[in-house]
Design a protein around this ligand. Structure first.
Ligand code: ADP
Length: 673
């Protein structure tokens, strides 16, 4: 049909050459846009057949001049066709025009008038370059040569009209208007692709400027395109080098390509963390989010995705985790208990030392209020309030608290304010140390210094008493020898006896208070026990304690330090005395000796309450005491134990079947090491 119309119009044009001038003035565009007209003409068969009829008539009378009537008829048909044609090109939504080679507009349609804001009559005959800012005349003329040669040109043209700053884009088809062999103009039909082009431009701009990496790849993971951000993230100087890489060059292991997908992959959105090899060989970690692009037949043609570089983030996370690990290890290995208390008085951090110091696991304390804890210390609470009120930034307190096992503990807490990011007080951090042993040692030092001073004093006094006693003994003996009066002799005998007793006590005192003799010697255990009993005889008598001491005869010598052994025995005797007094106001201390295999032993059996079963494993521990403060330090038995260990002997405790406690001291025989 189209060809038919073109042929028809061309034929018509030949005939029109011969008709009057006004008919030849038919705009050149009629011919140019004949293709469009052909389509239109299909619906106008009546006019065509009319034309055909006229044509036939003309052909029949060829050679003869057409009649006036025929010419009128022809003119009318052509005018009508022209009108219809105009309607046709006006009905197009795309701009269409015909322009002569010098840029004069010959025909325009409604869309051109709308775009330029001018009327038809203003447009037709005007120069196209007067309407356009872009493209410039020189630019058009540069391409003119090739157009004249090919008589056709297609492409996208960026147009900026003089009355507007917004660039418009048209997909144009230019066909040459040929007269004879010569191209005299061009028909232009444009399709407005501005919106599409703007979208593309926006996308390109986004692609080029996005901070995140954007890529297109084959399903096998071969990069097809990458934006500048990705190129630089992977450390390449330019895109070409990156795109020329084999997929394997981007990965660290020999597995499937990092960006690729398996054949059975459905192409849906996939987000995951990946590691790519940079140009410098270092790893870069990305968050990859990609999906497939399908063709019209539903086949996956490529993948498109974004890559967010999270290497720094991951490194920071790793560093943070390391710092966190370091911090928690530091806190956990710290000998002090670390506590953090918020403004609501609640524990927000408790280090694991809590278990050893207080008997509570951190989980049992977290979230609880500082004043709510069992056996909480008011001193710690008041230190907390001083710090959160802002009166003091740092502070310390020493306080007594109770371990979960019931034992009293002395603690020292150093606290300081905690501030949030804005510098406001957000809580308090405490470092708490158990100073129970420290304090007890201090007490012990004071006590032993007191005892040492007393020992020295007793030694001095004993020494001073020795001389008068020696005189009393000597003189009384002399007097007894010369005295004849029986009564007086008896009295002198009594005097002598008491003086000797006093001298014995004094000797024991010097023995006890003398500085420890270095080294061990052969000792008679009976004698050492007796000396100790003598020293403590007054106290035992006063407390109504009867000593049942079976002095074995013929006991072999033991090897030991008499001074240290006296201390051990005195400790055991004092403990027995205290235990009996605790239960009743009189009692018996039974002391027995015996021989073992290469050993000698001595046992102290009291009739006190005995040792509670649960305490038996602890009584030899330093500072273990069930006595009230000031009465016991809990060190007596531990000293006994270390003395006996040093003697290669032992001290053991048990409860006797008939009641009371039995302490047995065992020593090696002299001559047996
Ligand atoms: P202290 O006498 O200062 O408490 P010790 O180490 O001498 O320290 O004794 C530790 C604990 O052993 C005492 O507190 C007491 O509970 C227990 N103990 C020692 N001797 C006896 C005894 N003869 N009978 C009962 N308990 C005893």
């Amino acid at each position: 049909m189209i060809f038919l119309s073109v042929a028809l119009v061309a034929l018509l044009w030949e005939r029109l050459e011969g008709i009057p001038f006004q008919l030849r003035a038919i705009p050149i565009g009629v011919l140019v846009l004949s293709v469009l007209f052909a389509a239109y003409a299909y619906g106008r068969r009546r006019e065509v057949s009319e034309l055909k009829g006229l044509l036939r008539g003309l052909q029949e009378h060829v050679g003869a001049a057409p009649s006036e009537e025929q010419l009128d008829q022809l003119s009318q048909v052509i005018m009508r066709s022209q009108r219809n044609f105009k309607e046709l090109i006006d009905s197009l939504d795309d701009p269409a025009c015909a322009v002569s080679l010098d840029g004069t507009l010959r025909t325009v349609n409604r869309r051109v008038a709308e775009l330029t804001g001018l009327t038809y009559s203003q447009l037709v005959g005007s120069k196209v370059y007067d309407l356009l800012e872009e493209p410039a005349r020189e630019e058009v003329e540069r391409g003119l040569g090739r157009f004249l040669e090919k008589k056709r040109w297609t492409g996208t043209v960026r147009i900026r009209l003089k009355n507007s700053s917004r660039p418009l884009y048209f997909d144009c088809v230019l066909n040459g208007i040929v007269k004879g062999d010569e191209v005299v103009g061009a028909s232009v039909l444009g399709r407005d692709v501005t919106e599409q082009r703007e979208k593309e431009l926006r996308f390109t701009e986004l692609f080029e400027t996005l901070q995140e990496g954007v890529y297109f790849s084959t399903p096998e993971g071969q990069l097809l395109d990458a934006n500048p951000a990705l190129v630089s993230m992977l450390g390449y100087p330019e895109k070409g080098e990156l795109l020329s890489l084999e997929p394997a060059a981007l990965s660290f292991d020999s597995g499937p390509a990092v960006l690729g997908r398996a054949v059975d992959d459905r192409g849906g959105v996939r987000t995951r963390e990946i590691k790519l090899r940079r140009k410098d060989g270092k790893p870069a970690i990305f968050l990859d989010s990609s999906r497939a692009v399908w063709d019209a037949a539903g086949n996956i043609i490529r993948y498109q995705g974004t890559l967010v570089d999270i290497t720094e983030k991951r490194n920071m996370e790793r560093q943070l985790a390391q710092q966190e690990e370091f911090r928690s290890r530091l806190l956990e290995s710290f000998p002090d208990l670390i506590l953090v208390v918020d403004l609501e008085e609640r524990y927000t951090f408790v280090s694991s030392r809590a278990q050893a110091l207080l008997g509570y696991g951190p989980d049992e304390m977290l979230g609880r209020k500082i004043s709510e804890m069992a056996d909480h210390a008011p001193d710690l609470v008041s230190l907390y309030h001083t710090l959160v009120s802002g009166d003091q930034a740092f502070g310390a307190a020493e306080y007594g608290t109770r371990h979960r096992d019931g034992n009293g503990r002395t603690m020292r807490a150093a606290g300081s304010q905690l501030a949030d990011a804005e510098g406001k007080i957000s809580g308090v951090i405490f470092s708490v140390r158990d100073i129970t042993i420290e304090r007890k040692l201090e007490q012990q030092v004071v006590e032993s210094e007191r005892l040492a001073a007393m020992g020295a004093m007793i030694g001095g006094v004993a020494h001073e008493l020795n001389n008068p006693l020696t005189s009393i003994l000597g003189v009384s003996e002399l007097l007894q020898d010369t005295e004849t009066n029986e009564t007086s002799r008896k009295q002198l005998g009594m005097l002598q006896q008491q003086a000797r007793r006093a001298a014995d006590i004094v000797q024991n005192l010097t023995y006890f208070s003398r500085p420890p003799a270095p080294g061990k010697s052969r000792i008679n255990l009976v004698e050492i026990v007796e000396r100790t009993l003598n020293l403590h005889a007054y106290s035992l008598r006063k407390n109504n304690i009867t000593v049942d001491f079976l002095k074995e005869t013929g006991m072999p010598y033991a090897l030991g330090d008499p001074h240290q052994l006296m201390q051990v025995f005195l400790n055991l005797i004092v403990n027995a005395e205290q235990a009996i007094r605790e239960a009743r106001d009189r009692g018996t201390l039974r002391i027995r000796l015996g021989k073992g295999n290469g050993t000698v032993w001595v046992s102290f059996h009291d009739d006190g309450p005995g040792i509670p079963k649960e305490n038996l494993p602890s009584i030899f521990d330093p500072f273990f005491t069930t006595k009230r403060p000031g009465r016991g330090t809990g060190l007596g038995l531990s000293i006994c134990k270390s003395v006996m260990k040093e003697h290669n002997g032992s001290v053991e405790a048990a409860n006797a079947p008939d009641g009371g406690a039995v302490f047995t001291v065992t020593l090696p025989l002299a001559g047996v090491s």
